[in-house]
Design a protein around this ligand. Structure first.
Ligand code: PMT
Length: 223
C-alpha cells in the first residue's frame, strides 16, 4: 500500500562501528554511535518492512519491531549480512566497518616493552563490494563518510561497488557525521540524480531518505 510501501519486503540494515581485536582487552574501532543506522532501521519498520538490524557494539536501545543481530567484527558482520542477503529486497549499509584489522589476534594480553611498538594491519573484506558482486535484484544502499570532495568520492564508491544508491556525508560538518543527533547528507542515485538534504535529526532524515529511495524510479522486487 501507499502508506506501507515496504510491506512484506525484507530490508537489512547495518549500523554502528566494528571492533577489531588486538588482544583480549584491546581493539581498533571508530566513533560511529549507530544513531544513523538505527534510525534507518526504524524508518524501514515504519514503512512496513520486515527489518533485520545487524549492529556492531553501540549504546542504543534495540528498536521495536526489528530482528536484531549483534556482531562485533567486520568478519562477523559480513557473515550475518550474507546469511540475510538472498531473500532481501534491500540492504542499507550504514555501519562504519573497519577497513583494517590486526593481522594477528593475540590470545593473551600483550605485555608492555621498552621503546615504540607497531601493529601490523590487514584489510577486512569490503562487505558492500561483495554484495555488489553477488546481487541479483536486491537494492543496495551504501553510505560514504568523507572529509573532502564528498560528492565525487561518493560517486566513485557508487559505481565501483555496484550500488543503487549512496548516502554521502561530509563528516567534518559540525551538524553531521559520527555521534551527532543530526546529519547533513546528499543522496546519489545510480541513475545520476542528486538529492541534497538540509541538516536534520537522523531519525527524521532516515525516514525522508527511505521514502525518497522508495519513490525513485526503480521498482522494488518482492523477494
Ligand atoms: O553511527 P553514527 O554516529 O550515527 O554516524 C553515522 C555514520 C557517519 C557512521 C554514517 O552516516 C556513515 O557514513 N556510515 C558509513 C561509514 C563508512 O564506513 O563509510 P566508508 O566511506 O568508509 O564506506 C563506504 C561504504 O562501504 C559504507 O556503506 C560501509 O558500510 C561500506 N563498507 C566499508 C568497509 C568495509 N569493509 N565493508 C563495507 O561494507
Amino acid at each position: 500500500t501507499k502508506e506501507l510501501p515496504l510491506l512484506g519486503k525484507k530490508v537489512v540494515v547495518t549500523a554502528g562501528p566494528t571492533r577489531e581485536r588486538i588482544d583480549p582487552v584491546r581493539y581498533i574501532s571508530n566513533f560511529s554511535s549507530g544513531k544513523m543506522g538505527y534510525a534507518m532501521a526504524e524508518a524501514a519498520v515504519s514503512l512496513g518492512a520486515d527489518t533485520v538490524l545487524i549492529s556492531g557494539p553501540v549504546d542504543l536501545p534495540k528498536p521495536a519491531g526489528v530482528e536484531f543481530i549483534q556482531v562485533e567484527s567486520a568478519a562477523e558482520m559480513l557473515e550475518a549480512v550474507l546469511e540475510n542477503f538472498d531473500n532481501a529486497s534491500m540492504v542499507i549499509k550504514s555501519a562504519a566497518v573497519a577497513d583494517y584489522r590486526p593481522k594477528e589476534q593475540h590470545t593473551q594480553k600483550m605485555k608492555k616493552k621498552d621503546g615504540d611498538s607497531s601493529i601490523e594491519l590487514e584489510r577486512t573484506t569490503d562487505i558492500l563490494r561483495t554484495l555488489g558482486e553477488q546481487k541479483k535484484d536486491q537494492i543496495l544502499v551504501g553510505f560514504a563518510a568523507e572529509t573532502n570532495d564528498a560528492i565525487s568520492y561518493g560517486m566513485s564508491k557508487l559505481t565501483n561497488k555496484n550500488l543503487d544508491y549512496i548516502i554521502v556525508n561530509d563528516v567534518t560538518d559540525p551538524n553531521g557525521g559520527f555521534g551527532n543527533d543530526t546529519n547533513v547528507v546528499t543522496l546519489l542515485t545510480g541513475m545520476g540524480n542528486q538529492y541534497p538534504f538540509e541538516a536534520m535529526e537522523k531519525k527524521q532524515l532516515a525516514k525522508v531518505l527511505l521514502e525518497t529511495i522508495v519513490a525513485d524510479e526503480r521498482p522494488i522486487s518482492d523477494d
